[in-house]
Ligand binder design. Structure first.
Ligand SMILES: Nc1ncnc2c1ncn2[C@@H]1O[C@H](COP(=O)(O)OP(=O)(O)O)[C@@H](O)[C@H]1O
Ligand SMILES: [Mg+2]
Length: 252
């Protein structure tokens, strides 16, 4: 691993009351790297991602982005540092259109700013481009409300949003849960494409096979600790990784 460092977390601890959810976790993500994060239920994966995306405050430890120490206290801090997170039930507003969701909170305006008139033309044009980029080949008008989309199409919109603001790091926490086969393939394709378009990615999924298909490197958490951070999916079997997840490899 000799790439250019994008994000580094050092000695991160997180307590929820008396529950020690993260125990001295240190890790590094490089540019153009797609990293899989695996671990059993309750291992601390989502908590780690929430700390990095500003959804929950850390108890102790440091976060560095491009070598500079940063304070990530809320999601806007993470976004300002180029970190976008896509959760399982992604943060789209179902009643609003695809175009509006792509620009949520950052809508372009037309005319004098005080009139606050949204530039629907620009939003529509950019939305069409983005949808094509994330592999939605069906001609879905950008005015379509999110409620009219399938699960996979919704994920695609969420990913398109992360891509358009040129986030450096896109985090996906269990994005394929509840998706059909074709939709899942779509999400996996987006993850692969994220790297090709210059992003880094942390990919959490229940299905180890999915992770093996798209990542460069695998990290494993167990009991709040990062117990492996450099598993090469090309040189390791799924069974070996499963033993690291359960801790069974320690018994021999
Ligand atoms: N909001 C919370 N309040 C209290 N405990 C929590 C909260 N969120 C997670 N935990 C606990 O922290 C630990 C790690 O959970 P989590 O990060 O969700 O694991 P994973 O995503 O790997 O399944 C678990 O013991 C879980 O019960
Ligand atoms: Mg989780």
């Amino acid at each position: 691993m000799a790439g250019e460092e994008l994000v580094r977390m050092e000695n991160i601890n997180k307590f929820y009351g008396r529950i020690h959810a993260l125990r001295d976790v240190s890790l590094r993500i490089d540019r153009h790297e797609v990293v899989g994060l695996l671990g059993d239920n309750g291992a601390g994966k989502s908590t780690l991602i929430k700390v990095l995306s500003g959804a929950v405050p850390l108890t102790s430890g440091d976060i560095f982005v491009k070598g500079k120490k940063v304070e990530i206290k809320r999601t806007t801090d993470a976004i300002a540092n180029g970190i976008e997170t896509i959760y399982q039930d992604s943060a789209l507003v179902p009643q609003l259109s695809i175009a509006r969701n792509l620009f949520l909170g950052r809508e372009p305006v037309k005319g004098p700013a005080f009139l606050n008139r949204l530039d629907h033309e620009t939003m529509g044009a950019v939305a069409r481009q983005l949808l094509k980029k994330v592999g939605i080949t069906k001609d879905i008008p950008p005015e379509t409300p999110i409620t009219a989309l399938s699960g996979g199409e919704r994920q695609a919109v969420a990913i398109a949003r992360a891509m358009q603001f040129d986030s450096d790091l896109i985090i996906l926490d269990e994005p394929t849960n509840n998706l059909g086969v074709a939709e899942t393939q779509g999400v996996l394709r987006f993850v692969r494409e994220a790297r090709d378009t210059g992003h880094s990615c942390i990919f959490i999924a229940h299905n180890i096979h999915h992770v093996f298909q798209v990542v460069d490197r695998i990290m494993v958490m167990r009991g709040g600790k990062l117990v492996a951070d450099d598993i090469d999916p090309k040189k390791t079997t799924i069974e070996q990784v499963e033993r690291v997840i359960t801790g069974e490899h320690l018994l021999h």
